[in-house]
Design a protein around this ligand. Structure first.
Ligand code: FER
Length: 260
């Protein structure tokens, strides 16, 4: 996929905006929810579960940079993308003090069962979702990307679409996609062999996670029986490790989700 810049108009408020709200997740603060313009409680919407970077929280994607909501509003208004719900929970348990990468790696791993068994059912109860895996995507930035790979390992019954953004798979340890690329790819392949799913991994060649994610993606190409036609990998020349850059990936890749 060619990664195009976000039009300037998409960085400003939309005339026909959606809205943000939240709901409690027991033990994990609240999840931030984006509802599209004209959200209809009797409608049927796909859901994108979006996980913040290390040290962040459920507000990171929507408030620290502010512009994600404008971007979603414009994509939907211009019909580049069908209306969808975005749910942004946090993987840090209430009261978490230590948000180092090492601890975060454990938190994101342990959060995936909470996401699948608590956050997804709460979302399906509260909102007019299409409650099947073909209409659920999970993605995240940095540690949220690490989380997304854990979701792929364990969650293909719940999710079909996976969008790891500038984060590698840590099943072989911290930054294991770089240090243990072949082993990581083999574990992922064994976990999802015979299953149907789609991965769109994105990063930039100046991103601090690139040296960890890129070897993993190259190693995954050696398992075409499992990943062929199911995994797409896009690299933005000059792309760095921050939320504004991640918004570019969301602009480009999110409209391709929920399409056969
Ligand atoms: C990576 C995956 C995640 C990486 C960094 C992170 C440097 C996250 C770090 C953090 O949240 O502090 O491959 O490479």
């Amino acid at each position: 996929m060619q990664i195009l810049p976000i039009p300037d108009a998409y960085k400003t408020p939309c005339g026909h905006p959606g809205r943000l709200e939240s709901f409690p997740v027991p033990g994990f603060s609240t999840a931030t929810v984006y509802l599209p313009a004209d959200y209809d409680a009797n409608g049927a919407y796909p859901v994108f579960y979006l996980l913040h970077g290390g040290g962040g929280n459920e507000h990171s994607f929507f408030s620290e940079d502010g512009e994600l909501k404008n971007l979603l509003d414009h994509l939907i208004e211009d019909r580049r993308m069908a209306p969808l719900i975005v749910v942004a929970p946090t993987y840090y348990p209430d009261g978490t003090k230590e948000k180092t990468p090492g601890m975060s790696g454990i938190y994101v791993r342990d959060f995936i069962p909470v996401l699948m068994n608590t956050v997804v059912p709460l979302t399906d109860q509260r909102y007019a979702t299409i409650p099947d895996r073909e209409h659920r995507a999970v993605g995240g930035f940095s540690m949220g990307g690490v989380a997304t790979w854990y979701a792929l390992l364990n969650g293909t019954d719940v999710f079909y679409w996976f969008m790891p953004q500038s984060g590698d798979c840590w099943v072989c340890g911290e930054k294991g996609g770089g240090d243990h690329a072949e082993e990581t790819a083999a574990i992922l392949a064994d976990a999802v062999r015979g299953k149907d799913f789609r991965v769109h991994a994105v990063t930039g060649d100046q991103d601090i996670a690139y040296p960890n994610l890129n070897p993993q993606m190259l190693a995954m190409e050696k398992h075409p029986d499992v990943f062929g036609g199911r995994v797409e990998y896009s690299v933005l020349p000059g792309g760095v490790h921050d939320y504004p850059t991640i918004r570019i990936y969301i602009f480009n890749a999110l409209p391709g989700l929920f399409r056969a």
